[in-house]
Design a protein around this ligand. Structure first.
Ligand code: PEP
Ligand code: CO
Length: 407
C-alpha cells in the first residue's frame, strides 16, 4: 500500500478539517508545522491494510466463539522506552498476561498493546502544579516534553515526526513478535492500538488501499476515540468513521444512551461485527446505573459491538501525598460488575482494557503495594497510575473466577 497523491488531498480536505476538535495542540504558527505535516503525508504506512483486516475479522468472530480480548500497556508511551529491550519487556508482559487469561478462562485471547503510537494524552486541566510552580500540562511525547519548564512544555510539531519514528521501531518489533505467536491458534497478536487524538498526525497517515479503494488509518491497527473527544459531530469521530480499521470508543460515567447511539451510528452505520469496540470506564459505583440502559439500547439498535471493560479510568483518586492512584479492589469490582451487566443483558463481555507497566511499579494500591506510603517507592508513570504485572494477574484471576479475591 503506497501513499498516493489523492491521499494527501483527501487528508487536507477530510470532512473533519472544519469540525470542532477538542484537545488539539496549538502549534500551527510553529516554523516547522507545515514541513512536519507534509513529511507525514508522504511517509510509509506503519501498519498494513491486510493486518488491519485480519484484526477486524478476528474481532468479528469474538461474539460467536466466546473468545476474549486483552488490551494493555502504558497510559502514555515514552520516547525513551522504545529501545529493543523495553519493547521486548512489554511484549513479554502482554504474552504472559494473555496466556494467563487464556489458561484461566479456557478461551483464546486476542492481544492488543497500548503501544506503537500511544504518545498523545487528553488532559482535563490545562496546567499542573510542580512544587510551587504552575506549568502547562504534559500532553504526551507527541506534543510536549515530560520535563516541566515553560519552554519544554510548549507544543512542538516536530514531535509528530519523532513519534512516527518511535512508532516505527515498536511496530517492526511487534510484527516480528506476531510471526512467532502466530504459530499457536490461541495466541493472536499482539496488535497495536492508541488513542487517535492529534488530528494533524492521524489524518496524514490515512492511506487508500489501491486493491479495494478503501481508506485505512495506517498509524495503528486499533485506534480509539477518548472520553473527552467522542462527540458524534466532532472531528475525531468523523476521522475514524472514514477508515476501515476496527475502532474503539471510551464511554464515561456521564454518558447517556442517546448520545452513545449517535456515536454508534457514526462509527458503525452498517452494523458490522468486528468494527466497533465500546469501552465503558465509568467507575465502580456509576457503572451499575449508567451502563445497563446503554447496553440495551445499543443491542436493540442492532450494533454488534465488542464490549470491553476499562476498569481503571473511572477509579482514579489522589493520595494524601498528591499522587494519582487506583485501588485494585475498585478496579476488580468495576470489571466484575461490567461482566455481570453484560451477561444479564445477554451480551458477550469480551475482556479488559488496562494500564499495565512492564516493570514492577508501585502506582496502584493492592497486592504487594499495601498502602499509600508505598506509592513513592517506584512511581514512574508519565501520566496515569498503572497496575504492575502481579496486580494485573490478580484482576485477570478475579475475572476468570467471577469473584473478587478472598470472597
Ligand atoms: C486513557 O486511556 O489513557 C484515557 C485518557 O482514557 P479516557 O479517554 O477514557 O479518559
Ligand atoms: Co490513562
Amino acid at each position: 500500500m503506497q501513499p498516493s497523491s489523492s491521499t494527501a488531498d483527501f487528508t487536507q480536505l477530510g470532512p473533519w478539517a472544519d469540525m470542532p476538535a477538542a484537545q488539539q495542540p496549538d502549534w500551527r504558527d510553529h516554523a516547522a508545522y507545515h514541513a512536519a505535516c507534509q513529511r507525514l503525508a508522504s511517509a510509509p504506512p506503519l501498519v498494513t491494510a491486510s493486518e488491519i483486516r485480519r484484526l477486524r475479522w478476528s474481532l468479528s468472530r469474538l461474539m460467536t466463539t466466546g473468545a476474549l480480548l486483552l488490551q494493555l500497556g502504558d497510559c502514555a508511551e515514552s520516547f525513551y522506552e522504545c529501545a529493543p529491550r523495553h519493547i521486548s519487556e512489554k511484549l513479554r508482559v502482554i504474552d504472559e498476561l494473555g496466556d494467563r487469561f487464556s489458561e484461566l478462562t479456557g478461551q483464546s485471547v486476542i492481544r492488543v498493546g497500548r503501544m506503537g503510537g500511544q504518545f498523545a494524552k487528553p488532559r482535563s486541566q490545562e496546567t499542573e502544579r510542580h512544587g510551587t510552580l504552575i506549568m502547562p500540562s504534559f500532553r504526551g511525547h507527541m506534543i510536549n516534553s515530560d520535563i516541566a519548564t515553560p519552554a519544554t512544555r510548549k507544543p512542538d510539531p516536530r514531535r509528530m515526526l519523532w513519534a512516527y519514528d518511535a512508532s516505527e521501531k515498536v511496530q517492526r518489533a511487534m510484527q516480528t513478535h506476531r510471526r512467532g505467536n502466530g504459530r499457536t491458534a490461541t495466541m493472536e497478536g499482539p496488535w497495536s492500538s492508541h488513542e487517535a487524538l492529534v488530528i494533524d498526525y492521524e489524518s496524514r497517515l490515512i492511506r487508500r488501499d489501491p486493491d479495494t479503494d478503501d481508506l485505512f488509518l495506517t498509524s495503528t491497527h486499533l485506534p480509539w476515540v477518548g472520553e473527552r473527544t467522542r462527540r458524534p459531530a466532532d472531528a475525531h469521530v468523523a476521522l475514524l468513521s472514514s477508515v476501515m480499521n476496527p475502532v474503539g470508543c471510551k464511554i464515561g460515567p456521564t454518558a447517556n444512551p442517546d448520545e452513545i447511539l449517535r456515536v454508534c451510528e457514526a462509527l458503525d452505520p452498517r452494523r458490522e461485527p468486528g468494527r466497533l469496540v465500546l469501552i465503558p470506564r465509568m467507575g465502580r459505583d456509576r457503572i451499575q446505573e449508567v451502563l445497563p440502559p446503554i447496553v440495551r439500547c445499543v443491542a436493540n439498535a442492532g450494533h454488534p459491538v465488542v464490549w470491553l471493560s476499562d476498569p481503571m479510568h473511572g477509579n482514579t483518586v489522589t493520595s494524601r501525598l498528591g499522587l494519582k492512584t487506583r485501588h485494585l479492589t475498585d478496579v476488580i469490582t468495576e470489571a466484575l460488575r461490567f461482566r455481570d451487566i453484560l451477561e444479564e443483558n445477554g451480551q458477550h463481555a469480551a475482556g479488559l482494557h488496562l494500564e499495565v507497566a512492564a516493570d514492577d511499579v508501585t502506582e496502584c494500591i493492592g497486592g504487594s503495594v499495601e498502602n499509600e506510603d508505598e506509592l513513592q517507592r517506584h512511581y514512574t508513570s508519565l501520566c496515569d497510575p498503572r497496575l504492575n504485572v502481579d496486580q494485573a494477574g490478580e484482576l485477570i484471576e478475579a475475572w476468570a473466577k467471577g469473584t473478587a479475591p478472598g470472597s
